[in-house]
Design a protein around this ligand. Structure first.
Ligand code: GLU
Length: 477
């Protein structure tokens, strides 16, 4: 096995298939690949693996690009589309056919099915039986008419494929376990020399080679593909990248995180009001550690991420921890930025969006109690849309004495200056006049204004509201 060349400049890539949104697992390997390249002053490439023509869509490509941009994972090259590189794969296959490291196989799907069935009956592992594999002195069957061939790798029969995985450590697979992989699917039409669409394992190697990729981080569902890929690299005489296979992300039920078990796309978290830096921080920690650090910036991640300390065991998706991380970043976010994010959330609702400076002041006041921008928008929305208080809480707190005090307060609020000290003084005066304690007035007032018994301080809260809104919400008393 050719050793990775330490002289090659570090180049990493992420290679999503545009058959859906950017999956959280792919976002995490994109982050690792990006951070590794940035750490080493190298380059990061985005490649779109769109050879599954039936399932790839332009919409997915756009979602993936948007998610990469949202996360701030900037790439130095790309997006490079595999379907625009067919000529290149064909040229490589022609060379391999000439050199004898690949061959045409005319087995029909029906023959392959029968072959596998017979192997199953004999209790053998199913594999291609090598009928069309050229060997010295072997006579191949006559080429059947009307069958478009596939091209297969002439995989070595003996020896082991070994690599030192950046995550899993040394791995070794015997070539006897591996059959002759299909490199190209049959071409459309009748020309038996025509070449079709490459399979994942072939295109990925041609691309990783052509793009000078030195380190491949990807999900460990690809571990079983790597021996084939290494054999293709070797057939091409190409230097091997280093591989790091990152364990899957599990849902909270211990099963692989999947659509059926909740949101799995980056887009869904953006819509649910998570901040990109929180997602990056959380995704980074999910499968990698730097001591006990839980919160760190992109710059710190780049400084620390050298490919070590990647966890060998699967990480568990923890929505509560993600919410906590997001809450920490919300507290740090500027009011101006949060106001814009809240405005974007509220714009999707049938409610008027408060304008600045109220919006920024509201973001500042409520952000400490929120885990997401959606929760923050829920708070801000009460400024313009009345939220019904829970009946039991209202019954408990809106006592006859509180009603009297709030009527009195309403009358005073009709005339006072609308600033925090004056509003605070008005509430205190009413409380004293009616012989009540502060919560006996403040809690029912909170309920009537926001639908909630617990809010930030009542005077700060009042300043956010327009006077006429407060008077309206106390009108029916
Ligand atoms: N298109 C493959 C995937 O999305 C890429 C795997 C790789 O990184 O090699 O799983």
């Amino acid at each position: 096995m050719s050793a990775p060349s330490p002289q090659r400049p570090v180049r990493t890539r992420i290679a999503p298939s545009p058959t859906g949104f950017l999956h959280l697992g792919t976002a995490r390997t994109a982050l690792y690949s990006w951070a590794f390249a940035r750490h080493h002053g190298g380059q990061f490439v985005l490649r779109i693996e769109d050879t599954d023509v039936a399932r790839s869509t332009q919409d997915s490509v756009e979602q993936i690009l948007a998610s990469m941009a949202w996360l701030g994972l900037d790439y130095d090259e790309g997006p490079i589309y595999q379907m625009q590189r067919l000529d290149r794969y064909h040229a490589v296959v022609r060379r391999m056919l000439q050199e004898g490291s690949a061959y045409r196989c005319y087995a029909t799907p029906a023959e392959l099915d029968a072959m596998r069935e017979a192997q199953r009956e004999r209790g053998e592992k199913t594999r291609y039986d090598g009928t069309w594999r050229p060997e010295p002195g072997k006579t191949l069957p006559p080429v059947p008419a009307g069958v478009q061939p596939v091209v297969r790798l002439r995989n070595p029969l003996d020896g082991d494929v070994r690599w030192d995985d950046l995550v899993k450590g040394p791995i070794s697979i015997s070539n006897r376990e591996i059959d002759d992989l299909i490199l190209l699917r049959p071409a459309e039409g009748d020309d038996p020399q025509a070449l079709g669409i490459p399979t994942y394992n072939f295109a990925v190697v041609v691309d990783d080679h052509d793009m000078g990729i030195t380190h491949v981080f990807r999900g460990d569902e690809h571990v079983n593909n790597t021996p084939w890929q290494i054999n293709i690299f070797q057939a091409l005489g190409a230097p091997l990248p280093q591989f790091g296979h990152v364990p899957v992300i599990l849902g909270d039920d211990g099963q692989k995180l999947s659509k059926r078990r909740g949101a799995v796309s980056v887009t869904a978290y953006e819509e649910a009001g998570y901040l990109p830096e929180a997602m990056l921080n959380y995704l980074a920690r999910l499968g990698w550690s730097h001591g006990d650090d839980e919160l760190f910036s992109r710059e710190q991640m780049v400084a620390w991420f050298d490919g070590s300390h990647l966890a060998k065991s699967p990480a568990q998706w923890d929505p509560a921890k993600l919410a906590w991380v997001n809450a920490q970043y919300l507290k740090q976010a500027s009011d101006e930025r949060l106001a814009a994010l809240v405005a974007a959330q509220l714009a999707r609702r049938p409610a008027p969006v408060p304008s600045d400076p109220t919006l920024q002041a509201a973001a500042a006041l409520f952000k400490d109690r929120c885990s997401t921008v959606v929760e923050l928008a829920d708070w801000v929305s009460v400024l313009s849309v009345r939220a019904e208080p829970p009946a039991d809480e209202l019954a408990l707190h809106l006592t006859p004495a509180a009603v009297d005090a709030l009527r009195d307060l309403r009358d005073r609020l009709a005339a006072v200056d609308w600033d925090k000290p004056t509003l605070s003084a008005a509430i205190k005066a009413v409380t004293t006049t009616h012989g009540l304690k502060m919560p006996q007035v403040a809690i029912p007032l909170r309920l009537l204004l926001t639908g909630r018994a617990q809010t930030p301080s009542i005077d700060a809260l009042l300043t956010l509201f327009a006077r006429h809104t407060v008077l309206e919400r106390l009108q029916h008393l």
